[in-house]
Design a protein around this ligand. Structure first.
Ligand SMILES: Cc1cc2nc3c(=O)[nH]c(=O)nc-3n(C[C@H](O)[C@H](O)[C@H](O)COP(=O)(O)OP(=O)(O)OC[C@H]3O[C@@H](n4cnc5c(N)ncnc54)[C@H](O)[C@@H]3O)c2cc1C
Length: 456
């Protein structure tokens, strides 16, 4: 891919950091020993714990979590037997009932270390006090030390994928919202689009939309079992969303903390404005209650690691702050919040990097949950995973048990592949790949992963 499509990644280091107003910074590096040296400023005990935990979590990822991500969920008894037969499976089972907060508090004693790791555990949609999905915490903490950046920006990756599609005889038609999936004699025959066109399916139809769209709106209840309709109506949406602010900057932020620790300025993702563990918990609670408050956020600096993303010498940043889901506010409220949120982010930024004033901002664009929902009708509530992360909607229960196999029982030749299936949201979480594997099996196509000697 690298040679043919010019697809390259950079692996920034430090990967993430938490800055405090007194100038101290906790940096997470790819290398656990370096991270431990940073943690040791806060707690020697936590530093030693981190080295052991990071090694364990990597093993959990390699042996269990990554393989389980890229295959379809096993039936309950089979999954249990598999977990019980392996030491790592038993470790993960022990973590399962624990909330992210319980795991972080059991591991670490220092409040800033706890703040950092609780944020890193929850920034992908886990609720801090959610019980039942504790085995995902090792995944997110392992990820916090392994972020990568696509050279040229994420849109370059999307272009590369479309080139692969065209090269192999595919075609993209759009933007054309689908208004109906035509079902005849139990088969998915084709789709109608809002502009009145009809596209007949050659062999099958795959939907990457949320369950309400796919089943209730496009397929239609008359083709579905009543129980299934009830369950689909009961599908739960995310409890949190985000404000996303993109900025073009005249100059890079000049971090005060860099005077003591020049590494800070190179950090890929910065976490700001959580001076205590309780502030982070209070922020999570406030979001659930639909409150907006001047709280912490993270910032990411692509151009420090990939200068090709801006004109020479200029920079870009992405600021991301948790927000309540769309349903809590009116359209007018969300629009009003746009300027307020950016103002408070910049004001807070100046505590850590005084040159982050409006004078340094060439242009900016803020997206509230309202913008996300407008741009992506599948992201109901302005979330990012087409549905909540919770035990009753996870793994073989996601989105509902009848269709957790990427296939619809009542309609032949119709598949679903989106993040409302195992294993949840995020661009690398495998739902489309797992759906592809199901189609390969059903149509007796070559199993390319086996040909290449890959486990998944
Ligand atoms: C603002 C934001 C930031 C994110 N940041 C990250 C990140 O840094 N890393 C990460 O891993 N994940 C990130 N995510 C999450 C990630 O983008 C999603 O989890 C992932 O894209 C989900 O894939 P999907 O196929 O389920 O849905 P999508 O990628 O949303 O694909 C569904 C497509 O269907 C289209 N569509 C909707 N309705 C119709 C219709 N009626 N007819 C035809 N087409 C329709 C949508 O416009 C969309 O293009 C982010 C999400 C958001 C919203």
């Amino acid at each position: 891919m690298e040679e043919i499509y010019d697809l390259k990644f950079v692996f920034p280091d430090p990967v993430m950091s938490l800055s405090l107003q007194d100038g101290r910074t906790l940096c997470i590096h790819q290398d656990a020993e370096r991270t431990a040296r940073s943690i040791a400023q806060f707690s020697e005990k936590d530093a030693r714990t981190y080295v052991k935990a990071a090694a364990k979590f990597k093993e959990y990822m390699d042996v269990f979590i990554a393989p389980a991500t890229y295959c379809r969920p096993h039936p309950a008894m089979e999954a249990m037997a598999k977990m019980n037969s392996h030491e790592i499976g038993r470790d993960l089972q022990a973590l399962q009932p624990m909330s992210p907060r319980a795991i972080v508090e059991e591991l670490f004693e220092n409040e800033h270390v706890r703040t950092f790791f609780l944020y890193a555990s929850c920034m992908w949609g886990l609720d801090y006090d959610l019980e039942g999905l504790g085995f995902l915490v090792p995944l997110y903490l392992n990820r916090a030390a392994n972020y990568r950046l696509v050279v040229g920006g994420t849109h370059h990756l999307a272009h590369v994928m479309s080139k692969v599609l065209y090269k192999n005889g595919g075609m993209i038609i759009g933007p054309k919202p689908v208004s109906k999936i035509v079902i005849e004699n139990g088969r998915a025959k084709g789709v109608e689009t809002e502009d009145g066109y009809y596209y007949e399916a050659g062999k099958f139809i795959v939907s990457s939309l949320n369950p309400h769209q796919t089943f209730l709106e496009l397929v239609g209840e008359k083709h579905l079992e009543p129980d299934f309709v009830v369950r689909t109506n009961d599908y739960k949406w995310e409890k949190t969303s985000f404000f996303h602010v993109h900025m073009a900057l005249t100059e890079a932020p000049e971090f005060k903390a860099a005077e003591n620790n020049p590494e800070v300025a190179k950090s890929f993702i910065h976490l700001f404005d959580y001076e205590s563990y309780q502030e982070l918990i209070d922020h999570f609670d406030a979001i659930r209650m639909g409150e907006v408050r001047d709280a912490g956020f993270n910032s990411c600096f692509p151009t420090l690691h990939d200068p090709s993303q801006a004109p020479a010498g200029k920079h870009t940043i992405l600021l991301e702050e948790f927000a309540a889901p769309l349903r809590f506010f009116s359209e007018k409220d969300w629009l009003k919040m746009k300027r307020e949120v950016v103002d408070h982010m910049l004001k807070d930024w100046q505590i850590y990097a005084p040159n982050m004033t409006w004078d340094n901002v060439i242009a900016h664009n803020i997206q509230t949950p309202l913008d996300v929902a407008y741009r992506h009708p599948d992201m109901k509530e302005g979330g990012w995973a087409e549905g909540a992360m919770m035990l009753s909607m996870h793994d073989r229960f996601r989105p509902v048990p009848e269709i957790a196999n990427y296939r619809i029982p009542d309609v032949k030749n119709m598949y679903i592949c989106s993040s409302n299936l195992h294993s949840c949201g995020g661009i690398g979480r495998g739902s489309s790949y797992n759906c592809f594997k199901k189609i390969v099996e059903d149509f007796d196509l070559p199993k390319i992963w086996e040909e290449k000697g890959r486990e998944y």
